[in-house]
Design a protein around this ligand. Structure first.
Ligand SMILES: [Zn+2]
Length: 362
């Protein structure tokens, strides 16, 4: 018998607090997880008003020295500025209060500083609130980077429910797209012998199924919808922690989405409405098509997205048909080392067109 030499490290959040008015628990949470009393709230102008100011008040009362930094965009220079500031001010704990961008910037800075951070989402627009990965913008699209898992997650559904419904729908679509990501991962395991974790795969699928099965409840846009969606996002984040990478939640549908970002906003002006597609919306549409390629139940994915009110067509997405096809043809260029249903060379133009037509995307 071969000697057993396998080893693996998994890092999980230590505390997850989700529900109504959980913001009131922030001081007790910090007492439990922080060794020092100097905390830095990272926020943007909107989330400062929505939640950051309240958190500052509560923590100041509990004798914390509270610093604040406003982040305007998820870029390398913002991350570096945050790192310098935290160094100078001897910050013990970082709190990322905001949507995906604020949390991603906090995550990367915390990882570099080797300081713990708490993820405090003010919306549920994608599964980054609980994952160890972050994405940053650059001049042409975005890059995904390894950071750290939050030491704790504090999700206040009362606040999250105030965010526009479109964000919740997009975040739900992002988690539903785990279905195609897991299919890609299984394929890479069978075809390329890539390391595969069945536990991580089951968790990622469970998160997606939770939303597929509760699609009608999500649509009600009540505080309970936020509760269901956030729970699914956290399970999805845990799946990535178990895998040690984003495989369980990011496959060909994410490559398609990143390629759309790379090709430019691709805004279709419909009347006077100016709309820029969101990450999760693009991944949802990608998942419909990729599950079709896998021979899976793509109609189930599409019907769940429709029920939720997430886009299922190029028109609803606000992207031209031409750009959808180009993104399908070139998607595998995003991460050539990550094997998916798109293979090594991607789809031909004809195959891409046919795929988008059959699934009703164009
Ligand atoms: Zn995503």
């Amino acid at each position: 018998m071969e000697r057993f030499t396998k080893s693996k490290t998994m890092i999980f959040p230590r505390e997850i607090i989700v529900g109504h008015n959980t913001t009131s628990q922030i001081a007790e949470l910090c007492d439990r997880i922080s060794r020092g009393k100097t905390v830095l709230i990272v926020e943007d102008k909107k989330t400062k008003k929505l939640s950051g100011e309240d958190i500052k008040k509560i923590l100041s009362k509990a004798n914390y020295e509270v610093k604040e930094r406003i982040v305007s965009s998820p870029t390398v220079s913002e991350v570096n500025r945050l790192i310098n500031y935290a160094h100078k001010n001897k910050i013990d704990l970082l709190l990322g209060v905001g949507g995906g961008s604020v949390i991603d910037v906090t995550k990367l800075a915390a990882s570099e500083l080797k300081r713990p951070f708490v993820s405090i989402p003010t919306s549920a627009a994608h599964d980054g609130i609980a994952s160890p990965r972050a994405s940053l913008k650059h001049s042409r699209g975005s890059v995904s980077k390894t950071a750290v898992s939050p030491l704790a997650i504090l999700a206040d559904t009362k606040i999250i429910n105030k965010a526009p419904y479109r964000m919740l729908a997009s975040g739900s679509a992002d988690v539903i797209s785990n279905m195609s990501a897991v299919m890609d991962w299984e394929l890479a395991y069978r075809l390329k012998g890539e390391e595969f974790s069945s536990h991580a795969a089951v968790l990622a699928k469970t998160a997606a199924q939770l939303l597929i099965e509760n699609a009608d409840d999500i649509r009600t846009n009540t505080e309970e919808s936020s509760w269901i969606a956030v729970k699914a996002m956290i399970v999805s984040g845990v799946a990535m922690s178990v895998a040690g990478n984003t495989r369980p939640a990011s496959g060909s549908e994410h490559m398609f989405s990143h390629m759309l970002d790379h090709l430019g906003p691709g805004i279709m002006l419909k009347g006077k409405k100016y709309k820029r597609p969101m990450h999760g919306e693009q991944c949802g549409v990608g998942a419909i098509m990729m599950v079709y390629l896998h021979g899976g139940d793509w109609e189930k994915i599409r019907s769940a997205l429709k029920k939720i009110g997430a886009p299922t067509t190029s028109e609803e997405l606000g992207v031209s048909k031409k750009k959808i096809i180009e993104a399908l043809v070139r998607a595998q260029e995003i991460r050539p080392e990550r094997y998916t249903i798109l293979g090594e060379t991607g789809l031909t133009n004809d195959a891409a067109k046919r795929l988008a037509k059959i699934t009703g995307v164009i």
